[in-house]
Design a protein around this ligand. Structure first.
Ligand code: NAD
Length: 487
């Protein structure tokens, strides 16, 4: 079929998916594999404002029927889609691995199944929601969640399948048709999702997938006044642009943005567990928004912690993401690799101490060595800004107050990690850290009903559980004078 590519043995369409059909654009953009940059994976349709127009029209046409199905009717479709994801998880994992270079084993075992879970969870959550009802001042009151209308969902290149499903599921469960615009660096797993949507018999126009560049088709989508929700995950500069478009149309907007999270280690902690987790922040080449990239360690345990941390970091294996021995995957794109290297070079030039790593790993490869930097000051660029690569900073503190103050000293507030053996401290410090999620003695354990989001420049609004369903709904208070109607 024209416009279909063989990616890791899976047929992947390079076209958009609008109104239940594959649609092309005049121009295409090239997608290469971070596992082998000489390998072209696909030529993908380069959406234009006309593509955005077609997708919004399709979503608008699908809206009344999808809304009328109600949560239980929609749950049937979402559960069917979840089943299909489970059946095709190996294919999706293989495509995502070639396209984005996340470790194949972790994609198969964790990341892609979580995509199915996202749809199942939201199918259940929306279907089991009970309207709030109460009596006051002589009236019977009810709070009704009404589907809001077409939702535009814009996702970043890291963890594209998981994030797309995490964001599409609540919108669909709430009754909003969706237009998903995946990132141009890793657009292929979304195209497989489109095939599954078609196979699941979801009504045409309910889930549309538009490919292309943010500045071209993405900006047209978010500027359309018929779009009633915008849900974005990505960088702070893009959020500012999308937020301005949302404000112009008075459209609710959520933004899940970058982080510069702390990994705060107290002397009373299990140091081995803390050091192992600290070395684990290099996983996925550090391309993880929630990563604890600032190691902040109590002065009295500095040497012991560093020797454990270095021992765990030495065990990392840089390699091909399909090889089970690999623990650190290649980075997504040569220009991102250069961007990461630029941070380290500027740190070096400014007098920060590069204590390990600090180099592009291999000629022709897209790896950056796991890097640890002792900054000359807390104001160093590499402490205050998200690098989004395998680059950690190391600082020490004396006393809880100084530790908390360092932890809270950036403009970001996505998450935080604390290691301590004291229950009182866990509660005290956990509350004091300014972040949307704080993990104590663990990391990345997620309950999908919990709110997730950032404080400060890490984001606006919350996803997860009921919080996302509320975002995607227009709430109405219905008041009926008691005794005024016969049943
Ligand atoms: P990005 O902001 O460059 O792009 C994200 C998406 O926005 C892409 O699909 C892009 O095409 C689109 N886009 C760009 N300009 C646009 C415009 N003017 N209008 C509409 N859409 C536009 O981000 P990225 O580099 O793809 O992703 C990395 C960033 O995402 C990092 O900062 C990372 O921390 C963040 N992130 C956050 C979370 C979270 O949950 N908080 C999760 C993953 C990634």
């Amino acid at each position: 079929m024209a416009g279909t590519f063989n990616v890791a043995g899976v047929a992947v369409s390079g076209e958009h998916f609008i109104d239940g059909r594959r649609v092309d654009s005049e121009d295409r953009f090239e997608v290469r594999s971070p596992l082998d940059w000489t390998l072209k994976l696909a030529d993908v349709a380069r959406g234009t404002p006309a593509t955005a127009e077609a997708a919004v029209k399709a979503a608008l046409a699908a809206f009344p029927g999808w809304a009328a199905l109600g949560p239980k009717g929609r749950a049937i479709h979402l559960n069917r889609l979840a089943d299909l994801i489970d059946q095709r998880k190996d294919d999706i994992a293989a495509v995502e691995c070639m396209d984005m270079a996340m470790l194949l084993e972790s994609l198969r075992a964790r990341v892609i199944p979580r995509g199915a879970l996202n749809f199942r969870n939201y199918a259940d959550l929306a279907a089991s929601h009970e309207e709030r009802a109460w009596s006051s001042k002589g009236t019977a009151n009810r709070v009704i969640r009404m589907p809001a209308g077409p939702a535009v969902i814009i996702t970043p290149w890291n963890a594209p399948f998981m994030l797309s499903t995490w964001k599409c599921a609540p919108a669909l469960a709430a009754g909003n048709p969706v237009i998903l615009k995946p990132a141009e660096w890793s657009p292929l797993s979304a195209s497989v999702l489109a095939d599954l949507v078609a196979e699941s018999d979801m009504p045409p126009g309910v889930l549309n997938i538009v490919q292309g560049y943010g500045a071209e088709v993405g900006s047209a989508l978010v500027a359309d006044p018929r779009v009633r929700r915008i849900s974005f995950t990505g960088s702070v500069p893009t959020a500012r642009r999308i937020g301005a478009a949302a404000a112009a149309n008075i459209v609710p907007f959520t933004a899940e943005l970058g982080g510069k999270s702390c990994l705060l280690v107290f002397a009373d902690a299990d140091l081995e567990a803390a050091a192992r987790k600290a070395a684990g922040q290099y996983d996925d080449s550090g391309q993880v928004c929630m990563a604890g990239t600032r190691l902040i360690v109590e002065e009295s345990i500095r040497d012991e912690f560093l020797s454990l941390f270095n021992a765990f970091t030495d065990r990392h294996v840089l390699g091909d993401s399909r090889d089970p021995a690999t623990t650190i995957s290649p980075m997504i794109h040569p220009s991102h690799l250069e961007r990461v290297a630029g941070f380290v070079e500027r740190a070096r030039a400014a007098g920060d101490d590069i204590t390990r790593g600090g180099r592009i790993h291999r000629e022709g490869g897209l790896w950056y060595e796991p890097t640890l930097i002792r900054p000359r000051s807390n104001q160093s660029e590499v402490v205050q800004n998200e690098v989004f690569g395998p680059v950690l900073t190391f600082q020490t503190f004396r006393g809880e107050a100084e530790g908390i103050s360092l932890a809270n000293s950036t403009a970001y507030g996505l998450s935080g990690i604390v290691y301590t053996g004291s229950a009182e401290r866990a509660d005290r410090v956990g509350r004091a850290i300014r972040a949307g999620t704080v993990w104590v003695n663990t990391f990345l354990v997620r309950d999908l009903t919990a709110p997730f989001g950032g404080i400060g420049i890490s984001g606006l609004g919350r996803e997860g559980g009921d919080y996302a369903l509320e975002f995607h709904a227009d709430l109405k208070t219905l008041q009926i004078l008691e005794g005024s109607c016969r049943s």
